[in-house]
Design a protein around this ligand. Structure first.
Ligand SMILES: Cc1cc2nc3c(=O)[nH]c(=O)nc-3n(C[C@H](O)[C@H](O)[C@H](O)COP(=O)(O)OP(=O)(O)OC[C@H]3O[C@@H](n4cnc5c(N)ncnc54)[C@H](O)[C@@H]3O)c2cc1C
Ligand code: FES
Length: 269
């Protein structure tokens, strides 16, 4: 699908968690075409001082209503303004951008690992794999119960959900990777499993080590800071673990990603 610039009407706004707002946008073509990993680049309305667009993953697509949902975490000036958008507002958006999580129908289990707002692409992934018989496991961690963005799709898709909170207010106390390590440690055979990760860089770095040590295939979507969003500024470079044959040692998250095989890239804070 070619990229386009659209003015998208906001049709719903809801608080999804503490500091996170869910926006529902009317976008029939993108609702049909979006796959987990795709993102859109939004101009911040009413803020002419913010020149760069802000990237947001497509969180969910309702193909019959022709809508897409975004989760917007309040991080700074741009996301604060976007989170205040209300039904009736229009957002200037470029999309659909990026690649998506690869999925092999022969898999036995997909293991989604989300930290904080890294939960954003996984509703759409659950929608993408609906109808396939593989086991769907979601490991999702946040600071506290009120920071978790819960979803009706978890039950609808039959996903096995493992929640962790740092303060123990819901699920297991600790970090999401502690829970994942316990789960994977209870089985010696990881054939047919794939890990999909999205979250803070230290979590992705540790997830990479775990996947490599256990020999589990995996993909991560990186949420590097972006500026131009189309490959011109080199502001979103991702370092490869090994240089390619042509000597290339970096890829661009906006153009080559944001989804990468977990073993291919290195993470830096
Ligand atoms: C491909 C992609 C998909 C994304 N999907 C989502 C999503 O679905 N939901 C969501 O809430 N956010 C998502 N993000 C992150 C989101 O784009 C940033 O949080 C947002 O652009 C910050 O803009 P701001 O003006 O609010 O913050 P700024 O005022 O620019 O910065 C405020 C603070 O946020 C930090 N920050 C800014 N950008 C990022 C970033 N990319 N990652 C981590 N910290 C950052 C800054 O270091 C600073 O401390 C995504 C990013 C990418 C690259
Ligand atoms: S954001 Fe400019 S090259 Fe990726």
């Amino acid at each position: 699908m070619s990229k386009s610039v659209l003015q998208l009407p906001v049709i719903e706004r809801a608080e999804a968690a503490r500091q996170v707002v869910r926006l529902t946008l009317q976008a029939p073509e993108w609702a049909r075409a979006a796959r987990a990993g795709h993102f859109i680049n939004l101009l911040v309305p009413g803020r002419r001082d913010l020149l760069w667009r802000r990237p947001f993953s497509v969180h969910r697509a309702d193909r019959s209503r022709g809508t897409i949902d975004l989760l917007v975490a309040r991080m700074g000036r741009g996301s604060e303004s976007l989170a205040e958008c209300a039904p009736g507002d229009h957002l200037d958006a470029i999309g659909l951008l990026g690649n998506c999580f690869p999925f092999d129908p022969g898999l036995h289990e997909i293991i989604m690992v989300a930290g904080g707002i890294g939960i954003a692409p996984f509703d759409l992934l659950l929608q993408d794999v609906q109808g396939f018989s593989c086991k769907k496991s979601l490991f999702y961690g946040a600071r506290s119960a009120g920071d978790l963005c819960r979803s009706t799709l978890w039950a609808e898709s039959g996903a096995e959900v493992h929640l962790t909170t740092e303060d123990g207010s819901t699920g297991s106390r600790g970090l999401v990777l502690d829970e994942l390590r316990r789960y994977l440690g209870s089985s010696a055979n990881h054939a047919g499993r794939v890990i999909y990760g999205c979250g803070p860089t230290p979590m992705l770095a540790a997830l990479r080590e775990m996947a490599l040590a256990l020999g589990i295939k995996g993909y991560v979507t990186v949420e590097n800071r972006m500026a131009c969003g189309f490959g011109a500024c080199v502001g979103c470079a991702v370092e490869l673990a090994e240089a390619r044959r042509d000597g290339q040692k970096y890829l661009l998250a906006c153009k080559d990603g944001p989804v990468f095989p977990i073993e291919e890239i290195l993470f830096h804070d």
